[in-house]
Design a protein. Structure first.
Length: 255
């Protein structure tokens, strides 16, 4: 009897130790996976400061996620996210599809850089979607996200021919519902593609034709404000860069 109790006690200690090890190391495992996989899919470095996951409470928190600009664009991040908070259904962790009742992404900073044929966000989306076409998604975890929210989205629009940003805008909060509710769910990479596409669509839809025409008029009058000293040299080029925004329904994704 004593031997049985001793073995039971040892097993209990090992079980508790294993749970503690899981809690302390799951965050670092998730962090390294996001950095490695994200960099491969987007074709540019992805960094992530910290990840905290508590599988028993069903909570997850990511801090300071940054996506660098693709090749041929300026230095610095294209997208910075200060916080990602997830509510996870613990009982679904061992199932085929992980249930996420809430995924909140907040304090987002987007540096949208527009070149003549395309922009940095279009380049990132194009590379991501090309990779997803041959990516082994069957080896990834699948999710059902009931509600995904994006809040506090600040966008700075710039072009390399100007010495300062064209303008800075605050996008309205966004919400996506029932991602992966059907079939086997969606992968993290597919969720990323969905988010980036919605960010770009929202940015382009923020200005109707009259709004962008109004911005173009600023380049016809130096008194319009916020223009660099070499106004006359860059005016026509700047107009050419802004013209693609006049048809936001079909943004170019050419490199």
């Amino acid at each position: 009897m004593k031997s049985w109790k001793r073995r039971a006690a040892i097993l209990s200690i090992l079980l508790v130790a294993g749970m503690v090890f899981l809690m302390w190391n799951m965050g670092s495992l998730v962090q390294s996976t996001i950095v490695k996989t994200g960099s491969q899919l987007l074709g540019t470095p992805v960094t992530l400061d910290s990840v905290r996951i508590n599988p028993f409470k069903g909570t997850g928190e990511l801090r300071m996620l940054a996506v660098a600009n693709p090749t041929n664009y300026s230095e610095g991040p294209a997208v910075e996210i200060q916080e990602i908070a997830a509510q996870i259904q613990p009982t679904s962790l061992m199932g085929e599809k992980i249930r996420v009742p809430s995924l909140a992404i907040s304090r987002i900073k987007v540096a949208y850089e527009r070149h003549l044929k395309s922009g940095n966000l279009e380049s990132l989306i194009q590379h991501l979607e090309e990779q997803l076409a041959t990516w082994p998604t069957d080896q990834e975890s699948h999710f059902q996200v009931d509600l995904l929210t994006l809040k506090e989205i600040q966008v700075e629009i710039s072009t390399p021919i100007l010495e300062q940003p064209l303008l800075s805008i605050q996008l309205p909060d966004m919400a996506l519902e029932h991602l992966g509710a059907e079939d086997k769910g969606v992968t993290a990479s597919e969720i990323t593609s969905n988010i980036m596409r919605h960010l770009l669509d929202q940015l382009l839809a923020e200005f109707d034709e009259e709004g962008w025409q109004g911005l173009l008029k600023r380049f016809d009058s130096p008194a319009g404000g916020a223009l660099p000293p070499k106004f006359n040299e860059v005016k026509e080029k700047a107009k050419g860069l802004l013209n693609p925004f006049l048809n936001p329904s079909s943004p170019s994704v050419e490199p």
